[in-house]
Design a protein around this ligand. Structure first.
Ligand SMILES: Cc1ncc(COP(=O)(O)O)c(C=O)c1O
Length: 381
């Protein structure tokens, strides 16, 4: 009998694949979302099944603005929010509306590898800029601005994918000023901002939207469930107008009104806040387990910084080691990771590897690190 695939992931039995940057299925909130859906259906309002308003349902945006304001610690207004199908769609939409093939954009080096795929779909000329332990190096942005005119700069300011680094407050402010001075959009992917375990990041770039150059993208994928395909863009009135007035929304109405209606109940009933608090406790435990195991089992020549939030540990191997060449070896040991080169816009970062602790419980993490250590230690011997 032929088999049909039912989710994006297809991990062979027995494999521990730290390359997977998704929530563990046991953490997907089936029962809480059933409660939210029952609450919404009990309101008996058939309009949750109608075409939605272009910006996204106003009552959902009010509930989301309250949740974000509380979680960020800075006020968020419903009229600053535009509803998306998640960050991936939001990025694609931003490219469609604000760029033309051949335009230049700046990204961080490293950056989220699947965003690079979206930018390639739009024929953009991608320039990767260096980062350090405080995120994008501002001098490098300035140097490149002297030479190039990017339409936007894509950044993951908090608990970066893959590096786990958080952009400092001072650099956030400098980047916003530069975007105003040189007239480019600052596209901030804040997908991990709320997944803070041991340190609170500076205010999200969404708190700088008065600049009218900032688009702050958020998502329910990592704080509730990726299958919802629901997210938002926070921005100022001029850019909201650009997002709302276009053929896609004229024809199809606002994005995902039905799911928004259910998630509105999850926000209003406190289901989202409670779920997020649980995730933070669980992921924190997993980081501690992964980092302890890595420290115990890998040689001192393999380095990493213990992350304060997000989903990832970014391993730096000795320079002469190509992590990509270890992938097949690792598969034989039934363990996986994402090699650093995936996150480079210039085919570099070969001696890095990204590990995610989000998909596996602590026992599997310990087992997986043991397997990975055998692969790396064998190569280093
Ligand atoms: C940095 C980053 N942006 C975006 C996404 C995808 O977000 P969404 O599911 O909202 O499209 C991910 C998921 O791994 C991510 O790590």
């Amino acid at each position: 009998m032929s088999t049909v695939q039912t989710t994006q992931l297809n991990i062979p039995p027995g494999m521990i694949n730290f390359g997977v940057g998704q929530p563990d299925p046991s953490l997907l909130p089936l029962v809480p979302l059933q409660k939210a859906a029952e609450h919404r259906f009990s309101q008996n309002n058939p309009l949750i099944l109608a075409y939605g308003v272009e910006q996204g349902n106003g009552l959902f945006r009010i509930a989301l603005a309250e949740f974000l304001g509380r979680s960020y610690g800075t006020p968020v207004e419903a009229n600053e929010l535009f509803v998306t199908n998640g960050i991936s769609q939001g990025l694609d939409f931003v490219c469609t509306l604000f760029s033309r093939p051949g335009d230049t954009i700046f990204v961080e080096e490293p950056t989220y590898f699947l965003a690079l795929r979206i930018f390639a779909d739009h024929g953009l000329n991608v320039i990767g800029l260096p980062t350090d332990e405080e995120g994008l190096i501002i001098e490098a942005v300035e140097e490149n601005l002297a030479e190039h005119r990017p339409v936007f700069l894509y950044t993951i300011p908090s608990f970066h994918n893959p590096s786990a680094v958080t952009l400092s407050q001072a650099r956030r402010e400098r980047l916003v000023s530069l975007s105003e001075e040189y007239n480019f959009l600052l596209v901030a992917d804040e997908v991990y901002h709320l997944l803070a375990y041991t340190a609170t990041p500076p205010a999200p770039l969404g708190s700088y939207i008065e600049a009218e150059t900032v688009l702050s993208l958020g998502s329910f994928s990592k704080i509730l469930a990726p299958g919802l395909r629901l997210g938002w863009i926070q921005t100022g009135p001029t850019l909201i107008k650009r997002l709302v007035h276009n053929g896609l929304l004229d024809s199809g109405g606002g994005l995902n009104p039905f799911t928004s209606a259910i998630v509105r109940s999850a926000l209003e009933l406190g289901i989202q806040a409670e779920h997020l608090a649980q995730l933070k406790t669980i992921y924190r435990r997993r980081i501690v387990t992964m980092c302890r195991a890595l420290r115990q089992q890998l040689p001192a020549s393999v380095t990493f910084t213990e992350p304060d939030g997000g989903f990832f540990v970014w391993l730096c191997l000795p320079e002469d080691i190509d992590a990509g060449a270890l992938v097949d070896d690792a598969r034989r040991y039934n363990v996986g990771f994402e090699p650093g080169i995936s996150f480079s816009s210039r085919q570099q970062l070969r001696n890095y590897a990204r590990l995610s602790f989000a998909y596996y419980d602590t026992a599997a993490i310990e087992e997986g690190v043991e397997r990975l250590a055998q692969v790396i230690n064998r190569r280093l011997a």
